[in-house]
Design a protein around this ligand. Structure first.
Ligand SMILES: Nc1ncnc2c1ncn2[C@@H]1O[C@H](COP(=O)(O)OP(=O)(O)OP(=O)(O)O)[C@@H](O)[C@H]1O
Ligand SMILES: [Mg+2]
Length: 140
């Protein structure tokens, strides 16, 4: 059975990506087949695993915006048993556009249902701010 683990918090800069990358790498080094999905537009997880995020032909953005199968986005890393679905800044406009689509919250879940062969899928997210969230007078 594949376990899906999402590393998320409403706060930024608190080690989500560091946790996701290290958890994924440790599981892979124990022989588990792991997919790390980079859902952060800063590409922290992708960069950490050596992906050139300035030159991505396929990435998570294509899954959300162009209906690409997630397996087409996945690539191996230098760590055996660890694959990554990388992202870069292109994810930013996708997030805004997605929010106007019905049931956009379930797109990733549906796409992941078509994947098999992984023991773990780890998701590195950006900080999550609910609608109407306010901080230091700024509304998100
Ligand atoms: N356990 C730790 N000890 C010391 N420094 C850490 C630790 N975990 C993360 N860091 C450092 O803290 C900074 C932020 O970490 P990271 O990028 O993982 O946070 P994040 O929550 O993913 O940020 P963002 O919200 O921008 O995606 C980085 O410089 C990272 O190297
Ligand atoms: Mg991060």
């Amino acid at each position: 059975m594949c376990r899906r683990i999402s590393i998320c918090s409403h706060k930024g800069g608190i080690g989500k990506s560091a946790t996701a990358v290290n958890l994924a790498a440790c599981l892979a080094m124990k022989g588990k087949k792991v997919l790390l999905i980079d859902l952060g537009q800063q590409s922290t997880a992708s960069d950490a695993l050596g992906v050139d995020t300035t030159n991505l032909d396929r990435q998570v953005h294509d899954v959300f915006m162009h209906g690409a199968p997630i397996k087409d986005v996945v690539r191996p890393t230098e760590i055996p048993c660890l694959d990554i679905a990388p992202s870069n800044m292109d994810l930013r406009p996708a997030e805004r556009s997605l929010e106007s689509q019905d049931e956009y919250e379930f797109i990733l879940r549906e796409r992941l249902a078509t994947l098999d062969g992984y023991d773990f899928i780890i998701m590195d997210t950006r900080e999550f701010r609910p609608h109407g969230y306010q901080r230091h007078g700024r509304r998100y």
